[in-house]
Design a protein around this ligand. Structure first.
Ligand SMILES: [Zn+2]
Length: 458
């Protein structure tokens, strides 16, 4: 059933160093058999049957057509409200209401629908699992866990309970229990196509359960480096990390790490130990948002090394703030900081253009192949990481972020600040944020940005 994932599972994102990104994350489940609770009751009015059918379609569409999530969500809600009104004894209508309310962040109303639905149909166990999800959000973890375990015991075929308990355990940083659920998910008989990221996550999670057991450590105020390279190397990484942290913090204050909690960085001396840890074979490193860990192989190419380090550490830094990040914003800023360089004498970071991106975007602008900014700013994950255009998107994302911060003595910084503050409110879609911040002046901004790129980022 594809009604899940009102909030996408963050474990879906493995941000790989360089160009590799494992970001393909369609719905985990293609075709799940639904329980009888989802049969549309025969004795209902035809008009209500039609409404319930519409709810089902729109619920699935929300996740397939994620860009128009809100449109599908609204249609589903409208149909569910009508159905619940016309057929007050129908538990299924309450189910769709409860899903819809959760999509609108109205958990209290969702709970009402759950109570009502279960009163009408006490064996509608899918509603119980919805209740557990809400209990997790209310931080009533013990109660939630009881429900998950009960439903797993009584209805082992209901796939979603495993997924819900899995992400719950990840949130709790209970890796062993999370792994147990992941194994259940991966061996579930009804799965036709699995999220590739889940499969790649398994060996990494297994390593977390076993422990890393790396011999060398360096620890600063914000970072812990674990490595099997050398103490000197660990100290070197730590110095870079702590200094770039100050640059991140200057731009994105209020880092919400808990007191005493530090960002983990893990560096392996060679490819084999990296692969043993679970590093994806084609990659040289990644940031994993669930584990909050940046992992990579020691690079021999000093030039691109700090670029990658500052890039990945930025993803890590911002993920601690727990905001859903638009792709251009997240990758663009990661590349923005990737271009920084350490001034050893002053022990501080200096901003430069990102040499990995400059040529690509200059050529794209000159040949008219750059995407319109309105498109770049509203790209979904699949669009941004589309292998055919990914290189250009990264370059364009970087150039736009660099432009917003640096062009014409900071004339455009207000846009990026406003955008980030809206993002923190967590209630707007990509399109809505675009509308609120950029849409009105997009013509002027686009011209100024293009001219900036043509002038050589000056
Ligand atoms: Zn990145």
């Amino acid at each position: 059933m594809k009604f899940r994932r009102t909030v996408p599972l963050s474990i879906g994102v493995l941000v790989i160093l360089g160009a590799l990104v494992f970001a393909q994350s369609g719905p985990v489940v293609e075709k799940m058999p639904k329980s009888k609770n989802f049969d549309i009751p025969e004795d209902l009015d035809d008009s209500v049957k039609k409404l319930l059918k519409e709810c089902e379609t729109e619920m699935e569409q929300r996740l397939e057509d994620i860009k128009n999530f809100k449109e599908h969500q609204d249609k589903m809600m409208k149909a569910a409200k009508k159905a619940a009104q016309k057929a007050p004894k129908c538990a299924l209508a309450q189910f769709y209401l409860c899903i819809g309310y959760q999509g609108e962040d109205k958990d209290k109303l969702a709970l009402k629908a759950i109570d009502k639905g279960l009163k009408l149909k006490p064996d509608f166990y899918e509603l119980e699992v919805e209740r557990a999800d809400i209990l997790v959000r209310e931080e009533k973890e013990d109660k939630a866990l009881k429900i998950y375990d009960k439903v797993i015991e009584e209805h082992p075929d209901y796939y979603y309970t495993y997924e819900a308990k899995f992400s719950f355990m990840l949130k709790q940083k209970k890796w062993k229990e999370a792994l147990e659920m992941l194994n259940k998910i991966l061996s579930h008989p009804h799965l036709e196509r699995l999220d590739k990221n889940l499969k790649e996550f398994k060996p990494i999670l297994e390593s977390e359960v076993k422990g890393l057991n790396l011999p060398i450590k360096a620890e600063g105020p914000h970072y812990i480096v674990d490595t099997d390279v050398s103490q000197e190397y660990a100290d070197f990484i730590l110095k870079h990390a702590e200094t770039i942290w100050k640059a991140y913090n200057k731009v994105f204050k209020s880092n919400k790490m808990k007191k005493g909690e530090k960002f983990p960085i893990t560096i392996f001396a060679n490819r084999q130990s990296y692969l043993n840890y679970g590093g994806p074979p084609q990659s040289a490193g990644f940031f994993h948002p669930t584990l909050q860990r940046v992992v990579f192989i020691k690079s021999s190419r000093e030039g691109t090394f700090t670029n990658t380090l500052y890039h990945e550490l930025f993803h890590q830094f911002l993920s601690a703030q727990k905001v859903a990040l638009p792709y251009w914003f997240n990758e663009g800023h990661a590349d923005f900081f990737g271009g920084f360089k350490l001034n050893e004498a002053k022990n501080q970071m200096v901003c430069y253009t990102n040499s990995v991106r400059t040529n690509t975007i200059r050529q794209a602008v000159q040949s008219g192949r750059a995407a319109p900014l309105s498109q770049l700013i509203t790209m979904t994950r699949d669009e941004y990481y589309n292998p055919q255009t990914m290189g250009r998107n990264y370059a364009q994302g970087w150039s736009f972020v660099y432009f917003l911060w640096r062009a014409e003595n900071g004339k455009y910084t207000g846009y990026v600040k406003k955008y980030f503050s809206l993002m923190k409110k967590k209630k707007y879609s990509l399109k809505e944020m675009y509308q609120k911040v950029f849409a009105r002046n997009i013509g002027t901004i686009e011209q100024a940005w293009q001219a900036f790129v043509r002038r050589g980022f000056k």
